[in-house]
Design a protein around this ligand. Structure first.
Ligand code: UGA
Length: 458
């Protein structure tokens, strides 16, 4: 490739690995630096450290241009660009813990890499701090990502936009050249991650993926604003769903009706148990904190967070309303991961739901197609785990559908009913069809759809 560069990616998590694989597939030489030796050794053997669709195949394909190491000297020697993608987990107070970022920057300051790109989600002002740490002669760019877990690679390879915050013209130039094959979508298509049809057709008509140039602070804030806005949509639609439940409307019908307004759009209006995962919960709290520290009370965002928290417990309250006291009753959680397509349990609603059920005296069983092994290490040992959902459902009093894995939609619900002691299904993700469930004889309610709670009787 004409503009091929030697790039070091710091951090082999979802963001770092997706970035590293993508850059290698675009034709760059990539070194991946991580402090976790076991993770690096695994990657050298071609083993992805977590489940992500298409990652194993892509790592194999990109292997000739990917190197892994725990040694900063090896990672940075001769490298032109360093992309920092380490975690910024929340502290108990709600702000972003920048310890891993600062460690990475301090190590970088001892090496000679001319351009440091911060990809980690960081509070506004962090890139200016990075400049101070790195000293004169090193340029800094902010380059947040917008990838979703479970779609990390396709979001990286087929982005809606690429965001670059910088202060020097040449820095924009370097990153434009680095990402040129992404902008032009000129890299070879992967059979296991095909280019979306609409994108392929648009590119044929001359479309280029927009690369948005901003200042450092705007890029930092844009990342938080994007996540906070999406979180706001989710809390908003969950509130409408709760109203729908109270008045006997159907949230899916309401969303169909409003989503056709191009000013609203249909995306991120799926009512459910609220948002979880490693991004929205952390980033909404971090932005609220950032605002507060700046002397501004971000009331709307505080409400978004509060609504999201309450939404998780509604399912437990509903279970109690239908079953009566939960003491001694067997409740099955279908799904534990914070969303389908991942084994990630960070801030997953399932964890708090399980705790709350236990606190109310229920016997809790749980199953998940991907997250079970991890869950066993985190969940209260009183939660019984099952690999086979049908086994978990044997003799149970209620089913709570927590993660909308396609496997659960595809269950033979007539067969499930024969196994249950009581045919109660509370669908936290609107994964099932209320009419079909009622026709099978279930006492069923979704989030904002199905019968009113007062009409559900065993
Ligand atoms: C999110 C953003 O979607 C990405 O753009 C962003 O880059 C990423 O955070 C990040 O900051 O790194 P992710 O957390 O992987 O990605 O997951 P999403 O698919 O966005 O889902 C987040 C949560 O919202 C899930 O718990 C999901 O169940 C929930 N959700 C999503 C809803 O309840 N309703 C919806 O309509 C959409």
């Amino acid at each position: 490739m004409e503009n091929a560069k030697t790039v070091t990616v710091v951090g082999a998590g979802y963001v770092g690995l997706s970035t590293a694989v993508a850059l290698a597939l675009l034709g760059h030489e990539v070194r991946v630096l991580d402090t976790n030796a076991a993770r690096v050794e695994g990657l050298k053997r071609g083993e992805p450290p977590f489940y992500e669709p298409g990652l194993a195949e892509s790592l194999a394909q990109a292997a000739p241009r990917l190197r892994y190491t725990t040694d900063p000297a090896e990672a940075y020697d001769g490298s032109e660009v360093a992309i920092v993608a380490v975690g910024t987990p929340p502290t108990p107070a709600g702000h972003a813990d920048l310890r891993y970022l600062y460690q990475a920057l301090e190590t970088l300051a001892q090496h000679r890499v001319g351009l440091v790109v911060v990809k980690s989600t960081v509070p506004v002002g962090t890139n200016q701090d990075a400049k101070r740490i790195l000293g004169p002669g090193v340029a800094v760019a902010s380059n947040p990502e917008f990838l979703r877990q479970g779609q990390a690679l396709s979001d990286t390879l087929y982005p809606d936009r690429i965001l670059v915050g910088a202060e020097e013209e040449w820095v924009f130039g370097v990153l434009e050249r680095l990402y040129q094959p992404l902008v032009e979508q000129s890299f070879e298509e992967l059979p296991w991650l095909p280019r979306p049809k609409a994108l392929r057709e648009a590119v044929a008509r001359g479309y280029r993926v927009p690369l948005v140039r901003t200042g450092l602070e705007s890029a930092e804030l844009a990342k938080y604003a994007a996540n906070a806005f999406l979180a706001t949509r989710i809390s908003f639609i969950n509130e409408i769903a709760n109203v729908a439940e109270a008045v006997g409307a159907d949230i899916e019908e309401v969303v169909r009706a409003i989503g056709l307004d191009p000013r609203i759009g249909p995306h991120f209006l799926k009512a459910g148990l609220g948002y979880g995962g490693s991004c929205f919960p952390k980033d909404t709290r971090a932005l609220a904190y950032l605002a507060k520290r700046g002397g501004y009370d971000f009331k709307l965002l505080r409400a978004v967070i509060e609504v999201n928290q309450a939404q998780r417990y509604r399912l437990v309250e509903k279970a109690e309303a239908v079953l009566g006291r939960l003491t001694g009753q067997t409740v099955v959680l279908l799904g534990l991961a914070f969303k389908p397509g991942t084994d990630d349990l960070r801030d997953a609603p399932s964890l708090e739901i399980a705790e709350e059920l236990l606190a109310r005296g229920a016997r809790v069983r749980a199953t998940d197609p991907k997250a079970l092994e991890l869950a066993k290490q985190i969940l209260d040992p009183r939660v019984e785990t099952f690999a086979d959902p049908l086994e978990a459902l044997e003799g149970a009093d209620a089913v709570l559908l927590v993660t909308e894995w396609p496997e659960y939609r595809a269950l033979d619900w007539a067969e499930v009913k024969r196994r249950l002691r009581r045919p109660v299904v509370l669908d936290g993700r609107n994964a099932l069809d209320p009419r079909a469930m009622e026709a099978l004889g279930y006492v069923y309610q979704g989030i904002g759809r199905g019968r009113k709670l007062s009409e559900l009787a065993l």
